[in-house]
Ligand binder design. Structure first.
Ligand code: SF4
Length: 208
C-alpha cells in the first residue's frame, strides 16, 4: 500500500484559517483534526470532555486530505494526534507535499515523527494524572502552551521548563473563566517574564 492510501480517522478539516494560539498565532494555516482523545479535559473545546463517543470519525486516505489543502502550513490537531499509529506517515506525506507541519498534543502518547514537524506541547497531566507527559516531549517540543485556570498549573512542570530554557512557554486563559485566568496570568508573567500570554485569537475574530 502506498503512503497516500493510508487512512486516518478524521474529526474535521478546514482550510485557510489562522493559527489562533502560541508562537505561530496569526499565521495562515489549514487544520486537520484527528478523531479521538481519552484525556477528558472538562473544558475541551473540541468536545472530548466525556470521551466524544458521538463526535465525527470518518476514515479518510492521506491523498484525499492532501487534495483539499490550501495553505503552506498545516496544523495536525485533535483530539490527540499521537494516539494515531499512522501519524508519522501523515506528517511525512505533508512534508513531501511541500507543507510546513505543526502538531498539537497533550504529550500523553509518544511516537517518533519527522524532526521537521513543529510540536506544540499542551500538557494536561495536572488535569488528569492518568495521562502524564511522556518525557521525550520535553526535549522534542518547540513550544509549550499551558491553559491557566487556577494559577497552579505550572507547578507540576516547573522542573522540566527550567531544564529546557529554549522552549517557548505560553500561558493561555481558560476561555470559560477568561477574566480570572487573565489576571492570574498577568501575575505569573511578573514572576516569569520570559513566558508569554497566548490568546485564542481565532475565537475573537470568529473563525474556527
Ligand atoms: S487533551 Fe485536548 S483534545 Fe483531549 S480532552 Fe484535553 S483539550 Fe480535549
Amino acid at each position: 500500500m502506498s503512503i497516500l492510501e493510508i487512512k486516518l480517522p478524521i474529526h474535521e478539516t478546514f482550510q485557510s484559517t489562522v493559527q489562533g494560539e502560541g508562537y505561530w498565532s496569526g499565521t495562515l494555516v489549514d487544520f486537520i483534526r484527528l478523531s479521538g482523545c481519552p484525556v477528558g479535559c472538562p473544558w475541551c473545546d473540541t468536545g472530548y470532555a466525556d470521551g466524544g463517543k458521538n463526535l465525527p470519525r470518518v476514515e479518510r486516505p492521506i491523498d484525499e486530505l492532501l487534495g483539499e489543502l490550501k495553505s503552506p502550513r498545516v496544523v495536525i490537531s485533535g483530539g490527540e494526534p499521537f494516539i494515531q499509529k499512522h501519524l508519522p506517515e501523515l506528517v511525512q506525506a505533508l512534508l513531501d507535499a511541500g507543507k510546513k507541519v505543526h502538531i498539537e498534543t497533550s504529550g500523553s502518547f509518544w511516537q517518533e515523527v519527522s524532526p521537521e514537524a513543529w510540536i506544540t506541547l499542551s500538557p494536561k497531566q495536572h488535569i488528569n494524572p492518568k495521562y502524564p507527559v511522556q518525557p521525550q516531549f520535553w526535549s522534542r517540543s518547540n513550544e509549550v502552551k499551558i491553559v491557566i485556570e487556577t494559577g497552579r498549573e505550572i507547578e507540576l512542570y516547573k522542573e522540566h521548563l527550567s531544564a529546557h530554557p529554549d522552549l517557548y512557554v505560553y500561558l493561555q486563559p481558560e476561555w470559560n473563566r477568561w477574566s480570572k485566568s487573565l489576571s492570574l496570568i498577568l501575575q505569573m508573567l511578573q514572576e516569569k517574564p520570559d513566558y508569554k500570554l497566548s490568546l485564542q485569537t481565532h475565537k475573537y475574530i470568529g473563525v474556527q
